[in-house]
Write a protein that binds this ligand. Sequence first.
Ligand code: ADQ
Length: 472
Amino acid sequence: MTPYARNQRRLLIASNRLPLSVKPKDGSYEAVPSSGGLVTALKGLSFSDYLWLGWPGVDINERDRESVDKALAKENAAAVYLDQGLAQSHYNGFSNGVLWPTLHYQSEVSFDNETWDAYQRVNKIFADRISEAAADGDLIWVHDYHLLLLPRLLRERLQSQKKRCAIGYFLHTPFPADDFWRGLPVQEQLLDGVLGSDLIGFHTDEYKANFAGACGSHIGAEVEGDDIHYGDRTIHIDKYVAGIDCQRFADTIDDPEVQAKIQELETQYKDKTIIIGVDRMDYTKGLPEKLEGFRAFLDQHPEWNEKVLLIQIAIPSREDVKKYQDLEGEVSKLVGQITGKYATPKSTPLLYIHRSVSFAELTALYSVSDVCLLTSRRDGMNLVASEYVACQEARHGVLVLSEFTGAAVFMKPGSLLFNPADADGLSNVLYEAVTMEKEDRKNMYEELRSFVTTNTSAKWTETFVGELMKLQ
Ligand code: ADQ
């Protein structure tokens, strides 16, 4: 029985991209699940009656839409169709070119009216599609920075259609300090848009406080504890601790094929201390900082050169955006420099995998690694930290975590925190991690494990949706 069984309602989820890729198959279409932070966080969804609405990620011409709709319906999903040019301008242009850097404390952000116009148009298309799909009494949960205007637009449409639906919104990124936020010329419209929600969730108290401060300073809202009074409405804001589905990792580790893979890796790297990094190729994840810190470690501790291996998996991301192309070049160059300097005919200190890996492969790599190194310059939460912990029951690996991740707020007692801008500091903390005594590793690991098994993705969704139900 799901936790909602006594008061079952339908949940509509809205995100920019559907958690599925649509692919042609045998003259028709099929929908294949995809990965990513939002997908991971929502894995715990225990609603039986839900519908996920979003852009399918590709341009689908009119005559194929019926067949795509059928494939998506089998997966409880529905498409919000967008013209490719408009989708690009909304996604790469305003969302990832302006909003993403602003929310992650980047100061060089250039605003332009063309992409802002695309952002507004896409939010309106989502509002039209979702209000049409919604029935009176449904709950609606909007996700992330691509759809900040959607709650207000939805509220207006639903009101005119006489449908009463509670609207929740969750921001997966940080909400920055006001000096960064107020630089955005359209920030007031964005705040007004998101305040169309009944409930707004953040990863940490800091993001929540920054958001409340901005509402108080810029649009005349009155903040009273966790309530924001705005116009004639009150909006509740809170922190909801995102997590993962630990059981899925435990089950995968138990799979005989994954066990065989783990043994193969353990044999292959029996003389190595393995450090794992898993990040999207994004400048917020601090990949150059990670490589600089690792280079400093190799320089300062030559006795470790043939004994340590950093396996860095960098998932290609937003490859149409110039800043991401530049980053890829910078990372490849650093990888080349480090390998060129420290590799020997017998050994290399660095293995760089620039592609997506399967879940089974990812789980095996997490399991055999002694250290997980995450160097984000800013990160809303970072679920890779939790995934690593879920796979370390046998080894008790050390989590080395940037202090600028949301995860650091919660995982501080069990991990080694550092500032990624300081390469020597990172080198020192890596040394501490690779030389840590067994007993200390175990004690720290237990702290982490208790956090990760308590704050699961199921708990996150249940808490948020439970709160949303109360507000209807
Ligand atoms: P992301 O920035 O995508 O998410 P993160 O939380 O690290 O960041 O999640 C990445 C997810 O992608 C993990 O589940 C990971 O396993 C998966 N993944 C990584 N590499 C992969 C690979 N090679 N192949 C397949 N899957 C891979 C955003 C915010 C984060 C926030 C999440 C959830 O930026 O701060 O934690 O949303 O709210």
